[in-house]
Design a binder for this molecule. Sequence first.
Ligand code: GDP
Ligand code: MG
Length: 441
Amino acid sequence: NLTQKLEEVFKSLKGKGKISEDDLKQALRQVRLALIEADVNLGVVKDFINRIKEKAIGEEVYGSLNPVQTVIKIVKDELTELLGGVQSGITISSKPPTVIMLVGLQGAGKTTTAGKLAVYLRKKGKHPMLVAADVYRPAAIKQLQVVGKQIDIPVFANETPGANPVDIARDAIAASTSMLKDVVIIDTAGRLAIDETLMTELVNIKQSVRPHEILLVVDAMIGQDAVQTAQTFNERLGIDGVVMTKLDGDAKGGAALSIKSVTGRPIKFMGTSEKMDGLEEFRPEGMASRILDLGDLGALIDRTKELVNEEEAKELAIKMQRNEFTLDDFLKQMNQVRKMGKFQDLIGLIPGMGKIKDQLKDIDLDSKEIRRIEAIIQSMTSKEKANPKILNGSRRKRIAMGSGTRVQDVNRLIKQFEEAQKMMKKMGSMRKGKKGMLPKL
Ligand code: GDP
Ligand code: MG
């Protein structure tokens, strides 16, 4: 983790007011390694490091930020700016239908993203339809139809052998008015590698239907190769933006930075699961944290916010800072987490928690488990809830009996709670320390 590595570098610096050139050189070496590890293109890394160097030399170690935090702040701000500064969604045409064309290599996630985009736009009050313009594999049409059925969105297709994708796209747009659809999402064919036939076909579709948005779908897992792909698609076709998929996997997403630097086109969306709700608007700051392995507290807070009201969130933040997190809060949180999605996904968003994420893979938060935990917690006194350490063997036994569970269950819960408490303490002190770096609740 970059924070730890920088801490190592700056160990000797304590007390000095400024970052010297030598300290900086060593720190930037770590930044460079982090970027390369995250699959950022070498040329892009070099440019980036040079820009940081200019900004950081002689930088005051300001306010309450220590040198590590200062360097991280500079690096992260710069990275955020390079990744997009402001985020940009889909441009909706004033004259319907808005036509969106998805392009990309085979397996990148075009068909899945087509469905996700339809769901996303429907939530925004639009009426999308899908178009099957990948006609070479019969399974491809079928796949889009399955997606459409699953999300209840109409799919325009022509299953006649030899049907031409250009005609299909044009017919679909003509049909959109009578179908009362105002957004047409075209799912196109892909190949394993870029080839001339594919490019020509995509150019023909583009010229025929004049899409408002051509979105390139790239798989984050292909890492460095994404740059070449993006460059070629952009040169041949002209893309308006990028959807980066499979960011729920291990890919650090450094390709996002390379793509943005090389093509100048914004990353607009991120695919974060195979499911139809797994599409998020791209957040440059979150991606910068991810690339630098800083965790993504912003995303966690966003997701928490969806379910916790502002008051509760503030209350929790205060508790975190004062270290007053109790088992009641723990239970509340578990219930929220269960509503929000998989626990380990959320944990992964917390800075420095990447490792713990793997260890937590087995925690299965089904409602039965939650009810069991609830029963255990309700059998405790409020003193015990605030500090379960005081529970001795006989109390644990009593609680297990009272809640219809086993002593092992009680012990396990207490251990999990202590982990959570440690985590809260860490987050609480970070919120105090890194002023200006972390989003406010
Ligand atoms: P296409 O060939 O470009 O149309 O790609 P598909 O939409 O068929 O996707 C290829 C595979 O990637 C499928 O198994 C999808 O479920 C999977 N996939 C697509 N997007 C994501 C994502 O964001 N996360 C994950 N985990 N899998 C994805
Ligand atoms: Mg497909």
